[in-house]
Design a protein around this ligand. Structure first.
Ligand code: OGA
Ligand code: MN
Length: 347
């Protein structure tokens, strides 16, 4: 039987085969082919990319917790035009703020999360507060129900995404967080997308055994706008294929702080996350330093720097965040839904 016939017979295209390969538990797969943008890049597929560092001022980058754009290490992949991987452009002390936002702030109402699908809004109002007790106890109480935070799977921001219809709502919109908007715009600027407008966000929360199936993000009405993706917490394997399911995907590691931009042709490429991978403990802890908050009197109105969107993260909050990300991964995708001047079709 030809390879193609075998594939047709098993119903498995090239992407599905590699997805299953990296998802496998016993025996665990060989990771030696997985590209590690924060390690030695000896593979011929990776090409360094020159970004547009002068478009991003050092001050503007710093205000959202990014290093000067000249220091961003950006890469592309041969055969994936428009795909940009920026290896952790965050300032050493800024990831704790973004992680706290993803866990404490963005899940708050009026944003929508998976728990709202079967719980009333008053029960999903204070996910963080209701989870703090069980997450801060030294040993998890036996047979206690998982906290709301541990049951959080997704949060949607801006134009609300409907997972069943795969459509964005024209009339269900929650304000897109201003801080995440600023961060996204600085990344987009550096990548040459000065007019990017963040209009929808999807946060995905992964446990160590989670995965994300093979898909293309095509619900946005304008595919010429880039899609931004931010990773925090544990590492993962990302598979990026091509326009066809039969196109062989490239496997790469995503670590905390890594940012991906899918634009151009690769904006509509198949991709998936077959596996969460434990982060390297020493790299992980060196990246995730929470600067001590200034004494209480000063914190009231003083941001860390003039005009900075970053706020100090209290030691108590950071302890909860750390405990969470020690076994979990957070991914934030930021999307522009409508092209310039475009509006939702009338239904
Ligand atoms: C998505 C997505 C990738 C990730 O949310 O559409 O592809 O790294 N996420 O979680
Ligand atoms: Mn996607």
């Amino acid at each position: 039987m030809s390879k193609m016939a075998a594939v047709m017979e098993s119903g498995e295209d090239a992407f599905k085969q590699l997805f299953k390969f990296y998802k496998r538990r016993k025996p665990p797969p060989d990771f030696s082919e997985v590209i590690n943008f924060s390690g030695n890049l000896c593979t011929g597929k990776v090409v360094p990319i020159k970004l547009n560092p002068t478009a991003v001022s050092d001050a503007a980058a710093s205000r959202v917790g990014l290093r000067p754009a000249l220091d961003w290490r950006a890469f592309g992949l041969q055969g994936c035009p428009g795909f940009i991987f920026i290896s952790d452009p965050f300032r050493k002390d800024s990831q704790p703020f973004w992680i706290r936002q993803c866990l404490k702030t963005y899940p708050q109402k009026p944003n929508v999360c998976n728990l709202d699908m079967h719980m009333s809004p008053c029960d999903t109002q204070d996910i963080w507060e209701r989870s703090v007790n069980s997450l801060s106890s030294p040993t998890p109480p036996r047979r206690q129900e998982k906290s709301l935070l541990e049951r959080l799977r997704w949060v949607t921001l801006g134009y609300q995404y409907n997972w069943d219809t795969k459509l964005y709502s024209a009339d269900h919109y929650t304000p897109f967080p201003a801080d995440l908007q600023s961060l996204s715009q600085q990344i987009a600027l550096g990548c040459g997308f000065g007019d990017f407008r963040p209009q929808a966000g999807i946060l995905n929360y992964y446990r160590s055994d989670s995965s994300l199936g093979i898909h293309v993000d095509e619900s946005e009405l304008d595919h010429s706008c880039p899609l931004l993706s931010f990773c925090f917490g544990q590492s993962a394997i990302f598979l990026l294929g091509g326009k066809q399911r039969q196109d062989p995907p490239t496997a790469m590691f995503m670590h905390s702080g890594d940012v991906m931009v899918m634009s151009g042709q690769s904006r509509l490429f198949y991709h998936a996350v077959p596996r969460i991978v434990p982060a390297n403990p020493s790299l992980f802890s060196s990246k995730l330093q929470n600067p001590p908050a200034p004494p209480d009197l000063q914190t009231q109105t003083t941001p860390l720097e003039t005009n900075s969107v970053l706020e100090p993260v209290s030691e108590q909050d950071w302890a909860i965040c750390l405990r969470y990300i020690e076994s979990s991964r957070i991914n934030v995708t930021v999307r522009q839904v409508l092209g310039p001047g475009q509006s939702f079709p009338h239904s």
